[in-house]
Design a protein around this ligand. Sequence first.
Ligand code: ZN
Length: 366
Amino acid sequence: MCISVCPGGTHHPIQCIVPPHMLRVIALRGDERTAEMARSLLKQNQKLRQEREDHPHPCNQGDEAPAAIAGGGNTRAGSTFTPDRRVHDGQQKAALPGKLLRGEGDSPSDNADVDLMYDAMGEVFSLYADQFDRNSLDGSGLALIATVNHRRNYNNAFWNGDQMAFGNGDGQLFRTFMDLSVIAHEMTHGVIQYSGGLVYQDQSGALNESIADVFAAITQQRQLGQAAHEADWIIGSELLGPAIKGVGLRSMKAPGTAYSDDLLGQDPQPFHMDNFLSTSDDNGGVHINSGIPNHAFYLFCMLLGGNSWEKPGQIWYRALQELNNPMASFAEWSDQTVAAAIELYGTGSPEALLLRRAWKLVGLPT
Ligand SMILES: [Zn+2]
């Protein structure tokens, strides 16, 4: 059963990895060709959103109540779940999903992007199955559908409520979108959608973005076997092209420092509530203010030590499953994570105390 809920039965928004604030700066500062690319991407995003509004997701036809489905209805031990991956070649066209090149259990294709996507989706599936006892994005074995080579020189990747699509980048601004953190980020939008959802606007939208980044970082660190203090905490470290001065799209360790570039401008993310940005742009700054809860997760992992996918991941995952408010504010989310820490590890536990300290350091006393 599909249980994603947006109040009032509204559509699932398209969730793109390259935020509109970046594209707007490129449209203003880029040379003629680059500015045109940014304008056309902004227009495409608008069109995708409009299409979703005109053809609402079937999930939203009913008015099912939001429900947490950790592990799903047909729960078994996490490690025995098996994914159902379907990777398509978009053949540089706009139509989705494109030509199926590799299904579950198929031997490697002769397309490197297809095989990279297949392996990366397996990595994310395994994180959710083995660490959180969750069978795929919906908890019930949902097929993982992805399209690579989406459009020509396309500078974005997105989750549209049903599947993921990845461009190849133009080779200058963006060299690729085939990055495990980006793939995990987009798949986590699916997990959030099927966990009761977080409305993609203002603070709940920034939480949606932040939780997608948190599980992206967790996936990457688990795959590399890195403890919290060994990781770079960068989202999209593979993405930026040779023309750009920066280390990635976002930094959870130091929000606001991922890039500083003549064309892209300065990474606008705050790391403290004092610098919370009130804006109507970017659905109310969902990709900007996400820096604050991102940094709280980073601080908690560093204060606690060890691996992000163990205790911190368990706390964030439990809080997401128990959150029963698709329009949650940062304050409500921080309280929910502390409640999860107390349930898992006890009121006076170091986990609960250090988590409170982390939230306080970003201006959110719980
Ligand atoms: Zn996103």
